[in-house]
Design a protein around this ligand. Structure first.
Ligand SMILES: *Cc1c(COP(=O)(O)O)cnc(C)c1O
Length: 367
């Protein structure tokens, strides 16, 4: 009998990330490859963060500060909260893992939406929790259904807002109603990985619930997306100190490495970079909408730096044929949306390259 992994792993489907550029270059013998599969910043990293990392290299022999003091202090100042309200992690992914470890006992129910971020599923199963999925409604989270299920004895609810991979939001009024129905003993996790991109006036700020003293709210954010630091791995969680303390208790002692800490402090001071990217993203999203309309493709209007576009039952094949032309996008079969692709909004040149390749595939002129 070979050694057996713990039972929760039977339910886990291994996370498939966007294909790395080098892999596509290798497999297809291509030089010029465009990746629009992982919602990365097309402007590169925050220049201030990159400079801070370069300056920090001589200190790599030292362990990082396990409490990430300066980083948490910078976040606290920015958010106008006490440092005890904040913990940092190895990406928001690492914080999702810590949240599940800190709050789920075997058999506890966690409510998520279908067609949402798959990392929740992995760690709920890893803790041998019970995953309950509610369907989407018009590509949006069905908050009334999630609240209903949460009130029947759940422990955790993940509200991905905006939702990945649909790019849609739930509104402040909807969240208010949801919060009124969810019992205090259910932890509500607002995953706000894309909040900086949203300009809808009715977008709720999960931090408002933390500020007003809600005992059951945790907000997750990341520096991977808008600050262009996906390769560094840095996210943060905000909640009342009693909610945060269990996450800190089970954290890896040095989960946030030294380079991530200095990069994070510098990036938070790089407002100009953030604004430039958000403006570019808004403009290029409109360009892609126009191109999709021209090609007769239905898409879901997005509040983020990616767009869900419907290409039909042959979507997986379209994605393969785009790869052969050096364009990496995300197939959505694993998100229960097999007719769709998720494409990140890139630079104008990248987006134009993508739409030209897509047009060739759709018209059969790519071979
Ligand atoms: C990208 C993403 C994350 C993870 O961010 P990292 O900080 O890179 O781990 C979390 N949630 C959602 C919805 C995301 O799209």
């Amino acid at each position: 009998m070979p050694v057996q992994p713990q039972r929760g792993l039977r339910w886990i489907e291994t996370y498939v990330p966007g294909k790395p550029i080098e892999e596509v270059q290798r497999e297809y013998g291509l030089e010029d490859v465009v990746k629009l599969a992982s919602n990365e910043n097309p402007l590169g990293p925050s220049p201030k963060a990159a400079a801070a990392i370069a300056a920090a290299l001589p200190n790599l022999n030292r362990y990082p500060d396990g409490q990430s003091y300066y980083l948490r202090r910078a976040l606290a100042a920015r958010l106008g909260l006490d440092m005890e309200y904040i913990t940092v992690g190895n990406g928001a992914d690492g914080l999702i893992m810590q949240t599940c470890m800190a709050y789920l006992d075997e058999g506890d129910v966690a409510v998520v939406s279908r067609s949402s971020f798959p990392v929740y599923d992995i760690y709920v199963h890893a803790m041998r929790g019970t995953l309950v999925k509610t369907p989407l409604r018009d590509f949006r989270l069905d908050l009334p259904a999630m609240a209903h299920r949460a009130a029947q004895g759940a422990k955790l609810v993940f509200v991905c807002n905006p939702n990945n991979p649909t790019g849609t939001i739930v509104t402040a009024d909807e969240v208010e109603e949801f919060m009124a129905q969810v019992p205090d003993e259910v932890l509500v996790v607002f995953d706000e990985a894309y909040h900086e991109f949203v300009d809808a006036p009715d977008y709720p700020d999960g931090l408002g619930y933390v500020r007003e003293g809600r005992p059951n709210v945790l907000v997750l954010r990341t520096l991977s997306k808008v600050y262009g630091l996906a390769g560094v791995r840095l996210g943060y969680a905000v909640g009342r100190p009693e909610v945060i303390a269990p996450l800190r208790k089970i954290k890896e002692p040095f989960a946030v490495n030294y380079l991530a800490q200095v990069a994070g402090v510098a990036a938070l001071d790089d407002e100009e970079f953030l604004r430039r990217y958000v403006a570019l993203n808004r403009q290029e999203r409109e360009y892609l909408y126009g191109e999709f309309a021209r090609l007769g493709l239905r898409y879901v209007p997005s509040h983020t730096n990616f767009i869900l576009v419907e290409v039909g039952p042959q979507a997986a094949e379209v994605q393969e044929r785009l790869l052969a032309q050096g364009v990496i996008v995300r197939p959505c079969g694993g998100y229960d949306l097999p007719d769709f692709l998720r494409v990140s909004v890139g630079s104008h040149a990248q987006n134009a390259r993508f739409t030209a390749a897509l047009e060739r595939v759709l018209t059969g002129t790519d071979g």
